[in-house]
Ligand binder design. Structure first.
Ligand SMILES: *Cc1c(COP(=O)(O)O)cnc(C)c1O
Ligand SMILES: [Zn+2]
Length: 434
């Protein structure tokens, strides 16, 4: 290509993609900079490890947002934060209501954990039932900006069902690669949303690799969260909401479960953005929770050694990621914030599902309740003080994985249709459950 044609293309591109709030994309390994084109995924020099970070023009953003303007904003979805998001302000179709999930003050749960200021953010109430909708809503907009008609990803389940739902809502086709162990509820969602579903015999890693090859071959838009720099930006809206819902009070601790690492990285980015635009004046500590049977990121955090792959042996399928794709951004979030990481067993996760449901009315899937299981451990042996303000994020809805919910829960009372048996059974039954 001659320099003349490439400069013509550069001009055309800058005309089409004018993200006025974004300065550029920056490689987190080598610092190389790239223009924020919708189809720019990773650093040319560093390959797949060269994850890019979206760098904003915070002066521009702070001229467009304020606490007062947000108070008057009636758009209760992630799009109330459009000045913080890497999308064209004019980008049209945003049909699903993603975000603005409730933040509950959890008093009974707080008493059980001996915490005076505990909040539960229920992100299982997003349209397809998980926090992943925050990323997928951005993914489908970026796909449309890139002129794609098909989006694709590999996923442990929720990114897939979320992409399929958000794609259906805007009329894009989706091709989804899932590992064969994906729970039925999530697969059912995919099929109902009209996705082409490819179930890969093997692990999540196998599904990821195959999807990467297919995306390369057929040129679909890539929603693999770690690779696509824009998706973490969608996930960060969870933190913008937490601060706004707390009346701009900043929690001391925010707890997320961790698989690939994009969720906690996004959470941290949200707090940083608010800090850099002056909407908050301090930062929380981030806690990352992994399953004992698959904890490569927390092992790297605690040993200080480079990340080593692990088996994927846990019921918490959404965080069973043996070869995480975004460990660097996740580790940076935990370390820079002064937070920590903790591992939980499947038994502890099942107990946390029961405790969460029985004390708050929130039904989390195993990976959603894992964050609470981790918090419980940290309160018992460590750094969190009783008076600290703590937000635990329930990242996915329990209805997605009924088999494990039934494993977690207690016995039913079976009776013949006769009131006497009911009375007898109730007399035998302990008064309350913990
Ligand atoms: C994806 C997911 C996570 C973890 O997010 P990562 O970006 O993979 O770290 C946690 N909980 C649920 C329910 C998820 O779907
Ligand atoms: Zn690089």
């Amino acid at each position: 290509m001659t320099s003349r044609t490439s400069s013509v293309i550069a001009v055309a591109m800058s005309g089409v993609f004018s993200l006025r709030n974004v300065s550029h994309l920056e490689c987190i390994k080598c610092g190389r900079r790239y223009a924020a084109r919708p189809d720019r995924y990773t650093c040319d020099a560093c390959g797949d490890a060269g994850i890019l970070d979206v760098i904003y023009d915070y002066d521009y953003i702070s001229r467009r947002v304020s606490r007062e303007a947000l108070e008057d904003n009636r758009d209760y979805s992630i799009w109330r934060y459009t000045p913080f998001l890497p999308v064209e302000e004019e980008s049209p179709r945003r049909p699903l209501r993603v975000g603005w999930s409730p933040l509950y003050r959890a008093e009974a749960l707080g008493r059980a954990l001996q915490l005076d200021n505990l909040y539960v953010k229920d992100d299982g109430l997003n349209p397809t039932g998980s926090l992943k909708d925050r990323a997928s809503a951005i993914a489908v907009l970026k796909a449309m900006e890139a002129g794609a008609d098909t989006v694709a990803c590999s996923s442990t389940g929720n990114a897939a069902s979320s992409l399929a739902g958000n794609a259906a809502a805007v009329g894009l086709k989706s091709v989804i690669f899932v590992p064969e162990r994906a729970p039925e509820g999530k697969v059912a969602q995919l099929l109902i949303f009209g996705a082409t579903v490819i179930s890969v015999e093997g692990s999540y890693q196998d599904a990821f690799r195959l999807s990467a090859q297919a995306i390369e071959k057929w040129g679909w838009y890539n929603r693999n969260a770690a690779i696509n720099p824009y998706l973490v930006e969608g996930k960060k809206t969870v933190s913008l909401e937490i601060c706004e819902q707390l009346g701009w009070e900043v929690p001391d601790w925010v707890v997320f479960s961790v698989g690939d690492g994009c969720t906690i990285a996004g959470g941290w980015k949200g707090f940083l953005d608010l800090y850099r635009t002056g909407l908050i004046d301090r930062l929380p500590k981030m806690v990352g929770v992994q399953a004992e049977g698959c904890c490569p990121i927390s092992r790297a955090f605690h040993t200080g050694r480079p990340l080593e792959p692990m088996e994927e042996d846990t019921i918490a399928d959404s965080i069973a990621v043996g070869v995480p794709r975004n460990p660097d951004k996740a580790l940076r979030a935990v370390r820079d914030s002064g937070g920590t990481m903790v591992n939980v067993s499947d038994e502890e996760i099942l107990a946390a599902m029961r405790l969460l449901g029985a004390t708050t009315g929130v039904f989390g899937e195993p990976a959603g309740a894992a964050a609470l299981a981790g918090l419980r451990k940290l309160v018992a042996d460590g750094p969190i003080d009783r008076r600290d303000t703590v937000v635990v994020c329930v990242t996915g809805n329990g209805l997605k994985d009924i088999a494990n919910a039934i494993r977690a829960s207690g016995e039913l009372i079976r009776v013949p249709p006769d009131l006497e048996y009911v009375e007898r059974a109730l007399r035998r039954r302990p008064r309350s459950r913990g």
